[in-house]
Design a protein around this ligand. Sequence first.
Ligand code: FAD
Length: 432
Amino acid sequence: MTVGIVGAGITGLALSQYCRERGVDAVAYEASADPGGVIGSERVDGRVLEHGPQRTRLTPEIEALVDDCGLRSDLLVADTDLPLYVYADGRLRRVPFSPREFLSTDLLSTRGKLRLLAEPLTGGARDDETAADYFVRKFGTEAYHNLVEPLFGGIYGSDPAEMPGKYALRTVRKMERSGSLVWAAVNRRLEGKERQPPISFADGMVQLPRALYERNADRVELGTAVERIVPEGTGYRLETEAGGRTVDHVVVTVRADVAAGLLADVDAGSARALRRLYYNPLAYVHLVSEADPDGYGYQVRHDDPLHTLGVTWNASLFDRDGVYTCFLGGMENPGLVDRPADELGHIAAEEFETVMGASADVVNVTRHPRGIPAYDGSWTAMESVDLPEEITLASNYAGRMGVPARIREAKRLAERFAGADAANTAPVATTG
Ligand SMILES: Cc1cc2nc3c(=O)[nH]c(=O)nc-3n(C[C@H](O)[C@H](O)[C@H](O)COP(=O)(O)OP(=O)(O)OC[C@H]3O[C@@H](n4cnc5c(N)ncnc54)[C@H](O)[C@@H]3O)c2cc1C
């Protein structure tokens, strides 16, 4: 079997690596001249700036890739006990991650804490409710506004009130199987799953995709956009400017609107549906400041009059020489991303000073009109996506977002392809 991979972001690169390890023939096409997709890091005046994920977690899969790629000496591991904050009512307030922190947190009143502890008595997720309905029902209004909305909504720059639970709560539904979310979270902590530390690399997150590319350069074609995916015989032809190649199975890792364009000849209805998926616009501003706090950073409570969604403290996480990354826009304020770069820089620096009490200089402003999947009502379009089984959508919008989840999916796919290869080449049993 030959697998054709469209895109060499972390999903496409990890899949190339896992296919190689399992002896599965695979080729990946990447439109850009550089591997890594949304993972991108650069040095400006000696400082590492992240243009995408600011960090990931040291999951067992990522740790194995780090070692396979010889990146151990460049690995930066942050302290798992660093605090995370929510900015609410004019102050940074620590998010509780342990029973002791829960008792002492000022993010919840005593009444709010008691309501949250009643969670095991509430019912499970329902298909017809939004993520907001669900969390309010489970934890109460106060915990929803002060914790869930800024933290859960903050991951996607989305408003949980606009996110259908059916799509947005897949992970939560798995946690529910143990009966209670609070109990599942405590269990995860006891089992050490929450202790997988935040990581990056000396030259930034991009070192992982670059190293994966180097190990698979013979099967990854950079600067080669796939223009169309066309049915051919029992397989599919990935058409590129130079010709392309026919493969047995296609894995599409590109954004939904790009996938829609590529798949129009395979299934026009699926292509139309994919085009409907909405992405939240996002801007980020890299700041340099002498503020010297300890922690991951903060998310801003939605009713607070700041434009900032949240700020990652790269300086504290990975000793990044005064670097802070401020995120703006999202579903709450999509038009903001269209404002001039210097205006966005000014907003980020001014609001940083309000929260941190320290001034900051702007070193970079980046705007993404289609920044991050919104997982909002437009996701009902996924019901109309019906592709042949030889075509797999493996991307944020079709599965879980985040580097660990993308790598896990790549591994599962390679295992599946290796299994299919083995089944096809197994000797046929004869009798007599
Ligand atoms: C701003 C931001 C912050 C994030 N923060 C975090 C974080 O802190 N931690 C975390 O774990 N995750 C984070 N994520 C999520 C994480 O980055 C993604 O889940 C993951 O990187 C997606 O990888 P991918 O390979 O699936 O997709 P992509 O990285 O989008 O890769 C798709 C690739 O396809 C290529 N392509 C497009 N069109 C074509 C074509 N026609 N032919 C060939 N190739 C094509 C693109 O150039 C790209 O390289 C963040 C994402 C964003 C956007």
